[in-house]
Design a protein around this ligand. Structure first.
Ligand code: GLU
Ligand code: ZN
Length: 548
């Protein structure tokens, strides 16, 4: 038995599994040539950032139909863990139609042959690889206390050298087997460190699919692989998991680029081929003319939950994310107006290496456009689903009479130029207020150019002639015929030629009617609105609008 084998037995006496066993248990996947295996690997902290959703979106796009996209939960930091976070992540993804095909599929449900998919359940796997690194002389226990590490840092600062645990500064590197054994028998806590074979004068090269060729000095730090409680660090867990789960493409935030030298070295030490890396830039925001990352603390729109609560249609958010993912998407969209978004030939290599600017106005426009193309039934169904959760008043009004709600939402829908009033489900209530007496509040004033007496005269006369049964032509003919006796011109052109000769024109007359019954200057088709409101309500509103 070599010293290293003895040490490995001393540290991991209970571990019988070997890396070869793991290799056999998790063989390369049988997938079609070129199929990608991607993963979303969030920590269950209960907060999902828009950037997380974006990278997850990229994962699912990259895997496509042939590949595998799985969900792995990185719960190695128990302090930050929140109960129910896995379900919350899945619900968030499901809202946007993103569904992992493997991995954690609910809080307690896993599916797939490459699990467990929760890092806290993989302790024996990490230990087996840690043991093998010790056997190879590539890992060793470090008993240094926090105070000792702090003192080391101070010394290094004074000496003006790179701080950290490495080379000649790595005190526990050179402990003898006997020294280690004594400490272990005495129950001394320790972390397991990598014995870095790196040389700071050599460089590593990584071909990142988005960032291009990356070149950095090799890692020389004896980084921690297992913390004192045996829990792996991100670096170690990621290398073991992404290898054993046969990940082909690691899509993650570009804040990890600085750790690449560590990861390259770990893959080498473990004897694995590296996956391909796809480091994506964070989503940025303009703040007083300066670009900065969308911040969890400062920007409510950084949270995925914001989009769900505000009722952004999922399809709109997905469409928007696609514009951020590949800049050629917008041209494709122009040429393929009604094609499903997932028909777009997404290409990882066409992602921008620098951070896309988040543009809520653009997101709103996209959403308005998408909602304008939906059927009334679709709008109703989605509004109900949203309102059930976030707006009880609207939910009650709509579900009491879904037929009426559907008719409201049908006005000006389905034609060549649908209206684009609604960007989010939380704007629907505002859009329909005047159809419900309990919500109706007049918002706009009568046209300023008209005298109160003339407004009253129009309202009185209209109440006399209004007939629910009129077809659209008859309806408009009636409004026109009201004009002359009241001193208005039934013809806008005639009015413009001789504005002094009239109190106003037919447009002013219908404006008065519109403001009276809806409280607004701008509404969908007035004829349809009046019919839907019905005689009783129209007459009441006409009366109510009179000034006394
Ligand atoms: N758990 C890591 C994080 O949430 C995952 C990074 C990765 O995708 O590798 O930042
Ligand atoms: Zn030490």
């Amino acid at each position: 038995m070599t010293e290293y084998t003895k040490l490995a037995e001393l540290l991991f006496p209970q571990i019988e599994k070997t890396p070869a066993d793991c290799e056999a248990q998790y063989p390369p996947r049988a997938l079609p040539e070129g199929a990608k295996v991607t993963r979303f690997a969030p920590s269950p902290t209960g907060f999902m950032h828009l950037g997380n959703l974006f990278s997850c979106f990229i994962d699912s796009l990259a895997a496509g139909k042939n590949g595998v996209f799985y969900l792995r939960i990185e719960d190695t930091d128990k302090k930050r863990e929140v109960a129910g976070a896995v379900d919350a992540i899945l619900v968030g993804l499901a809202y946007f139609g993103i569904a992992p095909s493997e991995g954690m599929l609910a809080e307690q449900t896993q599916s797939g042959d490459y699990g467990p998919y929760k890092q806290s359940q993989r302790a024996d796997i990490y230990a087996c690889f840690a043991k093998s690194l010790v056997e190879k002389g590539l890992a060793y226990p470090c008993f240094c206390s926090e105070e000792e590490i702090a003192a080391l840092r101070e010394k290094q600062e004074q000496a003006g050298v790179t701080p950290g645990y490495y080379g000649q500064w790595a005190h526990c590197r050179s402990l003898s087997y006997e020294e280690i054994e004594e400490k272990i028998r005495a129950g001394a806590p320790y972390v397991l460190r990598l014995r870095s074979p790196g040389d700071e004068n050599r460089r590593i090269y990584v071909d990142d699919l988005v960032k291009g060729k990356l070149e950095m000095p090799e890692n020389v730090q004896d980084i921690v692989l297992l913390k004192s409680d045996g829990i792996p660090t991100y670096h170690f867990a990621h290398a073991v998991d992404d290898h054993l789960m046969r990940t082909t493409h690691v899509v993650r935030g570009d804040e990890w680029i600085s750790s690449l030298p560590v990861h390259v070295q770990l893959f080498q030490a473990l004897g694995y081929k590296m996956p391909k890396y796809v480091h994506i830039a964070p989503i940025m925001k303009l703040d007083n003319g300066n670009k900065r990352k969308l911040s969890k603390r400062k920007d409510p729109e950084s949270a995925v939950s914001y989009y769900i609560q505000q009722g952004f249609p999922a399809a709109g958010v997905v469409e928007y994310l696609m514009t951020l993912a590949n800049s050629n998407f917008e041209d494709w969209r122009k040429a393929n107006k009604d094609a499903p978004v997932y028909d777009f030939p997404f290409n990882l290599k066409k992602m921008s290496p620098s951070g896309a600017l988040f543009d809520e106005a653009k997101l709103n426009d996209i959403c308005k456009n998408i909602i304008s193309k939906m059927t009334a039934d679709e709008v109703l169904e989605k509004t109900l689903t949203w309102a059930k959760e976030y707006d009880q008043t609207l939910y009650a009004l709509f579900s009491e009479n879904t037929d009426y709600a559907r008719k409201i939402l049908s006005i000006d829908r389905g034609g060549a130029k649908p209206r684009k009033d609604i960007a989010r489900w939380n704007q629907v209530k505002e859009y329909v207020t005047y159809f419900y007496d309990s919500l109706f509040v007049p918002e706009d004033p009568m046209p300023e150019s008209l005298a109160a007496a003339d407004v009253n005269a129009i309202l009185t006369r209209y109440a006399e002639v209004f007939n629910e049964a009129d077809d659209k032509d008859a309806w408009f003919a009636k409004i026109k015929s009201m004009c002359e006796p009241l001193g208005f011109s039934p013809d806008v052109k005639a009015y413009k030629k001789n504005p002094e000769g009239f109190k106003g024109h037919v447009g002013d007359v219908s404006s008065v009617i519109r403001v009276a019954v809806t409280g607004r200057r701008n509404t969908p088709d007035l004829y349809e609105v009046l019919r839907l409101l019905g005689k009783e309500r129209v007459l009441a509103r006409l009366e109510q609008a009179k000034s006394h």
